[in-house]
Design a protein around this ligand. Structure first.
Ligand SMILES: [Zn+2]
Ligand SMILES: [Zn+2]
Length: 156
C-alpha cells in the first residue's frame, strides 16, 4: 500500500484517509507471529500548518502460545500509533522512532503498520493475566488440574 504524499507534504490543510488490509503475503514474512485474522489498518495523514501527522489504527488477532502453560489462544490486539512524516530529519539527533522519512514523497503504509505492530507487541504472551502455568514436577496444567507435587516436596 504505497501512498503518494507529495501534495500532503506541500499543502497545509490537506488531509487524506485510508482503510486497507495488509496483503497476506506480507504477513507471511513476519515469522515471529501467527496471524489468526487479517491485519486491518485505518487512519489518516494530515498536514496541519506544515506538520504532517500520520495516525494509524491497527487491529488484528494472533494465535498466541502462552509462555506459562503453552496453551494456544486467539487474542485480539489493536494499536493507535502516530508518526510525524518529513522529507528528511532537520536534526539527525532527534528521536527517529516517531518520524517517517518520505524521501521519495511516498510512504509504504503496510510496512509502517507492520513495524509498528511488532514494536508494540508484548514480549511475554499469556493466555490470561493470572495463568498459573504448568507444574514444574509433573507438568500438569495448574489452571485445570490440582496436583500435590509442590506440597509433597515441602513436607517430605
Ligand atoms: Zn497460560
Ligand atoms: Zn504436579
Amino acid at each position: 500500500m504505497i501512498m503518494q504524499i507529495k501534495k500532503l507534504l506541500n499543502i497545509p490543510g490537506t488531509r487524506e484517509e485510508f482503510d486497507f488490509t495488509v496483503p497476506e503475503e506480507r504477513l507471511a514474512l513476519v515469522r515471529s507471529c501467527e496471524f489468526a485474522s487479517p491485519v486491518q489498518v485505518t487512519g489518516s495523514i494530515a498536514n496541519h500548518a506544515g506538520v504532517v501527522t500520520l495516525s494509524l489504527h491497527i487491529s488484528f488477532s494472533l494465535l498466541v502460545t502462552c509462555d506459562r502453560c503453552l496453551k494456544q489462544t486467539v487474542q485480539a490486539f489493536s494499536y493507535n500509533p502516530e508518526h510525524i512524516v518529513v522529507r528528511r530529519l532537520e536534526n539527525p539527533e532527534e528521536d527517529e522512532e516517531n518520524y517517517i522519512i518520505a524521501k521519495a514523497e511516498s510512504i509504504d503504509l503496510a510496512e509502517i503498520a507492520l513495524s509498528d505492530l511488532l514494536l508494540e507487541l508484548p514480549t511475554k504472551m499469556l493466555c490470561k493475566e493470572d495463568c498459573k502455568g504448568l507444574c514444574p514436577v509433573c507438568g500438569c496444567d495448574k489452571n485445570t488440574t490440582e496436583c500435590n507435587c509442590m506440597s509433597q516436596i515441602l513436607f517430605e
